[in-house]
Design a protein around this ligand. Structure first.
Ligand SMILES: [Zn+2]
Length: 145
C-alpha cells in the first residue's frame, strides 16, 4: 500500500485539517449552535454550555490575531530552534496553537494582537511509510489594506 501513499497526496497532520479534493486546505472547527463556542475536533457535547448534539462543523477563518507566543529554544532532536510557538484567535471564532513563521524569533519584532494568516505547507519529512503530511502555521498577514 505504500506505493499508493504518494499518489494519494499528503495526509493531514491533525484530524481538523481538511484537504478537500480539488479544493484549498482549511481548518475545521465545531461550533455550538446553542452558545456559539468553538472547538477544534469533533465532539458531541459542548464544553462551554453542556448542550448535547448541537455541534456543527464549520470552516475556520484563515485570518486571526496573535493571542500569545513563546520563543522555543529547546526541542526534540532534529527540530530546528529557535522557533515561535503561537496561540492565535481566528477571526469569527476558534483558537489554534501552531508555529509563527516568516518573522524573526525576536520579541522586538513580534507583537501581541498582530494580524496573522494561516498557511498550509507540506511537512519537510515523511513518515516511515513514506507518507507526506500537510501541516499548517501562521505568518504575519499581508492584507494589502
Ligand atoms: Zn455551547
Amino acid at each position: 500500500m505504500s506505493d499508493d501513499a504518494a499518489a494519494a497526496g499528503p495526509l493531514p497532520i491533525v484530524p481538523y485539517l481538511k484537504l478537500p479534493e480539488g479544493g484549498d486546505p482549511y481548518l475545521e472547527g465545531h461550533r455550538c449552535a446553542a452558545c456559539g463556542a468553538y472547538f477544534l475536533g469533533q465532539r458531541d457535547v459542548c464544553g462551554a454550555c453542556g448542550a448535547r448534539g448541537r455541534m456543527e462543523a464549520v470552516e475556520l477563518s484563515r485570518n486571526g490575531e496573535l493571542h500569545a507566543y513563546s520563543i522555543t529554544h529547546r526541542s526534540f532532536p532534529g527540530i530546528e530552534v529557535p522557533f515561535v510557538s503561537a496561540i492565535v484567535d481566528l477571526d469569527g471564532g476558534g483558537t489554534i496553537k501552531t508555529n509563527l513563521i516568516g518573522i524573526d524569533p525576536d520579541p522586538e519584532k513580534i507583537s501581541m494582537g498582530m494580524k496573522v494568516e494561516v498557511v498550509f505547507q507540506i511537512a519537510p519529512r515523511k513518515d516511515r511509510e513514506g507518507n507526506e503530511y500537510m501541516t499548517f502555521a501562521v505568518q504575519p498577514a499581508n492584507r494589502g489594506d
